[in-house]
Design a protein around this ligand. Sequence first.
Ligand SMILES: Cc1ncc(COP(=O)(O)O)c(C=O)c1O
Length: 209
Amino acid sequence: MVNTPSNPTGRVLEKHQSKQIAEVAENSDTLLVSDEVYHRLTFGKTHYSPPAFTDNSVIIGSVSKNHAMTGWRVGWVIADEDAVTEFAKASRALTASPPKISQQAAIEALEDYSHVEEMRSEYEKRRDLVVERMNRLDWDFVLPEGAIYAFPEVGRDSWDFCLEMVEKGVAMVPGEPFGPESNQNVRICFGAATVKELEKGFDILEEEL
Ligand SMILES: Cc1ncc(COP(=O)(O)O)c(C=O)c1O
């Protein structure tokens, strides 16, 4: 299973990396599941879909991120017909189907992408600000090249840090649930917070640290 652009780091795979992952899956006869729900949200980087390099693969998509329609609950898989038939069985048992109004809204969203570019460029401004402010705090981080997150290392237990900061008015997600190696990271989401709100959040962090 691969995810690019990535939640939580914002990392976007290079072409050669996508290709290498596909080759490993192909050579070991492994189904490659590629979660690409942020594929239109990149900042100066090209999105390379690993399934472009192997047939034994499935792409997961959604209107949640590219179209900021999280609550509408519409997503899809792109796969061969046999696989789709099997996924449909599971989907029928788990969710039956998304509401008709959501499906109509999703069709509308997918027919015209101009709103996506508008949001993407706004996210890029927020990303630039978050990067500048994280540098000012001297935090280590992977440059977010896509998605709506930064995942800096804060040098403290992520739960303690987040619980302390939420009391001061800054909400972040502890890194620990993303894997034990991330226990000193926190996820900052710039999908909903405006530039002004992000500035305020970082002002508080600067004051507290
Ligand atoms: C990488 C990734 N895939 C899938 C999802 C789920 O999206 P949906 O709202 O379509 O269930 C998320 C949501 O945060 C995500 O970050």
